[in-house]
Ligand binder design. Structure first.
Ligand SMILES: [Zn+2]
Length: 290
């Protein structure tokens, strides 16, 4: 499969070799029952290295319809997994006309940072592939692992427009994706690799995975988009995690304003101590009692 892929996109040798190393570990991590999904994703998703992520999102994604991640975040991003659909209005209903997918990283694959970014984005791409887009009436539902994003479809004269409504479970999904990145990077980059980005939310995901010993069930839910009924208080956990994630983003933005930074940091710590920690404790105890 991997040779077919390399030939299809004519990948340069260094990228081809990296994909040859990574591929068997992806199957190992996600499970051999996901092989067909992983193969199909690779064949449908071009990978770009030494590329500006923002330009890729412009071409393969949707900059008009953004949720938590904003346009400027893409300008700063060192890697991106971009996916979108073109929707048409036909015979009185909305239909998916065309899928757009791409993965890109901003540097040379020889660099360790670029390798780990690429692993991270490939994991997103795998988790968006199966049932990633569903239309219900005039609502487009996008799924990237556990992330659920809803947009309203509007039939303009020349094209169908998407208007962002809501997005959930971003923090927990990014945390889990970073855990996947770490596991895979330990295999193909360095045995002592530690994930660098998303420190706080990675730790939050680690707490749940370790406390409930539910990684395989989570991977299945991420790929197949099935319900997460094995985590008690799942909706509450997702909501609190997203709030903490947003606070953490605000904190980064306030980095040069000491007063504001301290205020946001105090709010963040209070959310963790008063809301998040008791909830995690409750979730893990509930599991033990079952
Ligand atoms: Zn990510």
């Amino acid at each position: 499969m991997i040779e077919k892929l390399i030939e299809k996109y004519n990948y340069p040798d260094d990228l081809a070799n990296f994909l040859r190393d990574l591929y068997p570990w992806l199957i190992e991590y996600f499970g051999s029952d996901k092989k067909d999904i992983i193969d199909a994703m690779f064949l449908d998703t071009p990978i770009f290295t030494n590329t500006n992520s923002y330009e890729i999102v412009k071409k393969y994604g949707d900059l008009e319809n953004l949720g938590i991640v904003k346009e400027d975040d893409f300008k700063r991003a060192s890697g991106v997994c971009s996916f979108d659909v073109d929707v048409i209005w036909e015979n009185g209903e909305y239909k998916i006309d065309k899928y757009k997918r791409a993965v890109s990283v901003s540097g040379d694959i020889a660099e360790e940072r670029v390798k780990s970014d690429l692993i991270h984005e490939i994991c997103h791409a795998i988790k968006t592939y199966y049932n990633g887009f569903v239309i219900c009436g005039d609502i487009l539902i996008e799924r990237d692992g556990l992330i659920i994003r809803r947009s309203k479809l509007v039939n303009d004269t020349d094209r169908v427009r998407k208007v962002f409504l809501e997005e959930h479970n971003v923090a927990f999904e990014e945390g889990l994706n970073s855990l996947a990145e770490e596991w895979l990077a330990k295999k193909v980059i360095a045995p002592d690799y530690e994930v660098k980005g998303y420190g706080l939310i990675t730790q939050m995901a680690r707490n749940v995975v370790r406390g409930l010993d539910c990684l395989q069930e989570l991977v299945n839910a991420q790929i197949y988009k099935t319900d997460v009924d094995f985590i008690p208080e799942y909706d509450r956990l997702m909501a609190i995690s997203d709030l903490i994630y947003q606070k953490n983003l605000e904190l980064f933005e306030a980095i040069f304003d000491k007063e504001k930074f301290n205020k946001i940091n105090a709010e963040l710590q209070s959310m963790i101590i008063n809301d998040y920690n008791p909830l995690i404790k409750e979730i893990i105890t509930t599991k033990v009692e079952r």
